[in-house]
Write a protein that binds this ligand. Structure first.
Ligand code: R5P
Length: 307
């Protein structure tokens, strides 16, 4: 087995170094440059011939990232990389999982096709699986999924006494129920109606009197932040303490981080997307998931992702 080579797309340097250290890999370099007309120049500065290449690229704000990522993977193949895997701690375009109105693009499927064509395997953290049972419903390549719930539980255990875990909508119940069970806390799930991209209504259905418990909101994604903001306002209006807001992926569109800070909420996220709120490290679990893919590929007789 040759030593795997880890290459981070811009902005992914910290995660790339962490994974290379944990998995005993080398760090490779690439050069990216935007021409005045917006086209991309890309050059792999490290020889990838016969190497198992792992490209690390979290996919928040994905449109600007996807094309350079596809160029990097295609170039690596042209230059003889043995395998090209993708670690995308945040996997974009998972929420458009159905044609809600005639003519809509089901972009989750289309992005899955692009990435399945470009890469040999994929590891990500808590993809937004709502109407899909698993990534295998849309990805044709082996996938590894890191579950952040145990890490969120560990953070709450170490930092919050007497927590009451609250999910802002029914989709969050998978994380909320797992975290509450892990730490032996009570939980509730609120009811959310989405009226628009930046407009949600949340009702307190299911929220009992919190007493002295600390409300801890847990969701997979903070995007515009409206879900968390409305939930925070509702919980505070009911006379409880200002909740701690925990999300696996902090996208923070529209300065959502500043709006949540103004509302008095403490925000905690995983480092799937680099941000000042990162307090939950997913790198160890990502490394374990990559190794697990290696092992199961070996057991199934197919060639191993890191070879
Ligand atoms: C929705 O299904 C997700 O679980 C999140 O609740 C949602 O993406 C959050 O979006 P926003 O921050 O824009 O309200």
């Amino acid at each position: 087995m040759t030593t795997p080579l880890f290459v981070g797309m811009p902005g992914n340097e910290t995660m790339t170094v962490a994974l290379a250290r944990k998995l005993g890999g080398d760090i490779g370099q690439l050069e990216l440059h935007a021409f005045p007309d917006g086209e991309t120049y890309l050059r792999l500065l490290t020889d990838v011939a016969d190497r198992a290449l792992v490209i690390v690229c979290t996919l928040d704000r994905p449109n600007a990232k996807l094309l350079p990522l596809l160029f990097a993977a295609a170039t690596a193949r042209e230059l003889g990389a043995a395998k090209v895997g993708l670690v995308a701690p945040y996997l974009a375009y998972m929420r458009q999982d159905r044609r809600f109105k005639p003519g809509e693009a089901v972009t989750s499927r289309q992005v899955a096709q692009l990435l399945s064509n470009a890469f040999d395997w994929l590891v990500t953290v808590d993809p937004h699986l709502h109407r899909y049972g698993s990534l295998g419903d849309i990805y044709r390549i082996p996938t590894g999924v890191v579950r952040a719930a145990p890490l969120i539980s560990g953070w709450i255990r170490g930092n919050v006494g007497n927590a009451h875990i609250i999910g802002p909508d029914s989709e969050s119940e998978q994380w909320v129920a797992a975290v509450a069970a892990d730490i032996g806390a009570s939980y509730a799930v609120l009811e959310k109606t989405r009226l628009g991209d930046r407009d949600v209504e949340i009702s307190a259905h299911g929220l009992q009197n919190l007493g002295a418990r600390t409300p801890v909101l847990v969701d997979d994604i903070i995007s515009s932040g409206r879900t968390m903001l409305e939930a925070v306002r509702l919980i505070v209006a009911l006379g409880a303490a200002t909740p701690i807001c925990i999300a696996v992926h902090g996208l923070f569109a529209d300065h959502a981080d500043a709006l949540l800070a103004q509302a008095g909420a403490r925000v905690i996220t995983s480092n799937s997307i680099p941000h000042g709120s990162n307090a939950i490290d997913v790198s160890e679990s990502i490394a374990a998931s990559v190794l697990e893919l290696v092992r199961s590929a070996g057991e199934s007789g197919s060639s191993q992702p890191l070879e």
